[in-house]
Design a protein around this ligand. Structure first.
Ligand code: NAD
Length: 325
């Protein structure tokens, strides 16, 4: 059994990916790592954890060599809205961590998963059915790091034969760990506020369409691509993957089917609106479907039903606990 290391395991995707991989491959074979000192309780108790700064390629090398790691899921990054607050730090962290881990991948020859994002597109990209190969001139610093990251991964693959693979994730919706400061975070927060207050104020305009995906599909995509036959991959990196596309208004209408009386109003944040306006409405994921059999399980209706069930149960359990204290 290959040992797997997750770098950036403490984030929105890493927390759930660690649990998913441990179920699939066994607790002791999946090492969680992050610059954070501690992670979600379940991860700390469920298997090995190493505190590691991915910028430090010597430490990355030592850990991977000592643990005989054969696969790395690289998730360390800072997300779009946070990046805009400090573009210098955005470049340093997003590129510095990736450069450091790719360098080690070339020396130790492990397989890597590196996600890109819908953020790798820009205003001049075709917005509907955005092709796999198209114009990529992003306007956000996050997008700049994502395009540079895609190119760097291609370079290590083509020049040195590093088996590095990746997808362009849409906005990810989940219910375990809150999102890390992206432009699509509203689509998680809205469920929490709908259940607690029956009211939500959106920072994006009502008709802003974006590609989105429910976490179980995102996890499935990452692992399926890592397990795919190398010879069938025409792109290796930066595969478009899609599941659903909706606007805040459409999401609010769907939530209202479960929570009658739910209200949404709008107070637009120009920074996040500007980023969202430059991203695709919906991506064409036919290359991923053809090359490695990608297909999403969740659409807006199924996801909304699941999110509301899971979060409602959690909130009422918490309330009961507080009342019995
Ligand atoms: P997140 O911000 O929730 O988590 C990132 C993790 O990386 C954090 O736990 C952070 O502590 C860690 N980290 C930061 N700097 C580090 C360093 N120097 N060394 C080690 N760890 C470090 O992000 P996420 O949402 O889980 O995203 C993971 C990846 O997926 C990123 O590349 C992101 O761009 C991409 N992505 C995410 C989404 C989304 O909606 N969440 C969408 C598209 C792409």
């Amino acid at each position: 059994m290959d040992k797997i290391l997750i770098i950036g395991a403490g984030g929105q995707i890493g927390t759930e990916l660690t649990g998913y991989l441990r179920k699939e491959y066994g607790n002791k074979n999946v090492i969680a790592s992050d610059i954070r000192a501690t992670l979600h309780d379940d991860l700390m108790e469920g298997g090995p954890f190493i505190r590691m700064d991915a910028m430090d390629s010597r430490q990355v090398y030592q850990v991977i060599q000592k643990e005989k790691v054969k696969q790395v899921y690289f998730l360390a990054a800072i997300l779009s809205a946070v990046c805009e607050k400090n573009p210098v730090m955005a470049w340093d962290i997003n590129m510095g961590t990736m450069n450091s881990v790719l360098r080690v991948a070339n020396e130790l020859k492990f397989k890597m998963f590196v996600p890109s994002s819908i953020g790798a597109f820009g205003r001049t990209t075709p917005k509907d059915k955005t092709p796999q190969e198209t114009i990529q001139r992003p306007n956000s610093i996050y997008g700049v790091t994502k395009v540079a990251g895609e190119l760097l991964c291609d370079y290590y693959h083509d020049r040195y034969g590093v088996d590095v693979r990746g997808v362009r994730f849409p906005g990810i919706i989940s219910n375990v760990v809150p999102p890390g400061g992206g432009t699509t975070d509203y689509a998680v927060d809205i469920y929490h506020k709908a259940i607690k207050f029956k009211k939500y104020t959106s920072y994006l305009k009502e008709d802003t369409f974006l590609d989105m995906m429910y976490m179980p599909d995102a996890l499935k995509a990452a692992v399926k691509l890592m397990e795919a036959d190398h010879n069938s991959l025409n792109y290796h990196n930066a595969y478009n993957i899609a599941a659903m596309s909706f606007s805040p208004k459409i999401l609010a209408d769907e939530i209202r089917k479960h929570i009658p009386g739910f209200q949404i109003d709008y107070k637009v944040d120009p920074v996040r609106q500007g980023i969202a306006d430059s991203w695709p409405n919906s991506m064409d994921d036919s290359a991923a479907r053809k090359d490695w059999g990608w297909k999403a399980d969740f659409n807006l209706e199924r996801m909304t039903k699941d999110m509301i069930t899971v979060l409602s149960e959690r909130f009422s359990r918490r309330k009961e606990n507080e009342e019995t204290k």
